[in-house]
Design a protein around this ligand. Structure first.
Ligand code: HEM
Length: 146
């Protein structure tokens, strides 16, 4: 057994669980309890900033461990099926889409004068949907025989 591959795969999965799980928590658990002024905009702003920071951290871990996953998967194979490469490319394209929200918030943070937009439910829903498609493609990659 390749212990490096196991730890790397584990880190990849843990990061996926925490990132997509965070979005799922916002959509299914948190959103029904958010009322105007309750919790305060200040609290929402803190939650939003913290989640953005955590998302960026997991994004970096995912990119690094994803590259390693690919290295492990292709080891010993002269030729990788073009279909596998295409599916991986679509996955990476979607990862870029999912990463856009936390990355752009670095450039343009939530307006502190108007913090009511701090809890962005449409963004959480969008990221959850993209994340579910990415995990579907990951399952396809897993089952690809070559
Ligand atoms: C640039 C970033 C990423 C790269 C290069 C990458 C690459 C990979 C590769 C090569 C595998 C192994 C596939 C195989 O078994 O043949 C994998 C597994 C996986 N990836 Fe990623 N990945 C990235 C980001 C993500 C993200 C953002 C998510 C989810 C939101 C994700 C979800 C998964 C899951 C769930 C698996 C495990 C599949 C399984 O064990 O059954 N990956 N990734």
């Amino acid at each position: 057994m390749n212990s490096f591959a196991v730890v790397n795969h584990w880190l990849h999965l843990i990061s996926v669980i925490f990132w997509i799980g965070g979005n799922a928590f916002q959509v299914f658990v948190l959103s029904p309890f958010i009322k105007p002024g309750d919790p305060s905009n200040e609290t929402l702003l803190k939650i939003s900033k913290r989640f953005t920071k955590i998302s960026l951290f997991f994004l970096i871990v995912l990119v690094v461990t994803g590259g390693m996953n690919f290295g492990v998967r292709r080891a010993g194979h002269e030729v990788i099926p073009p279909g596998y490469i295409s599916a991986l490319a679509v996955k990476i394209f979607l990862v870029v889409g999912m990463a856009a929200f936390p990355v752009f918030s670095l450039i343009r943070p939530v307006d502190e004068e108007n913090p009511s937009k701090a809890f962005n439910l449409p963004q959480a829903k969008m990221n959850l949907a993209i994340g579910m498609i990415i995990v579907f493609i990951a399952a396809m990659l897993r089952q690809w025989q070559f």
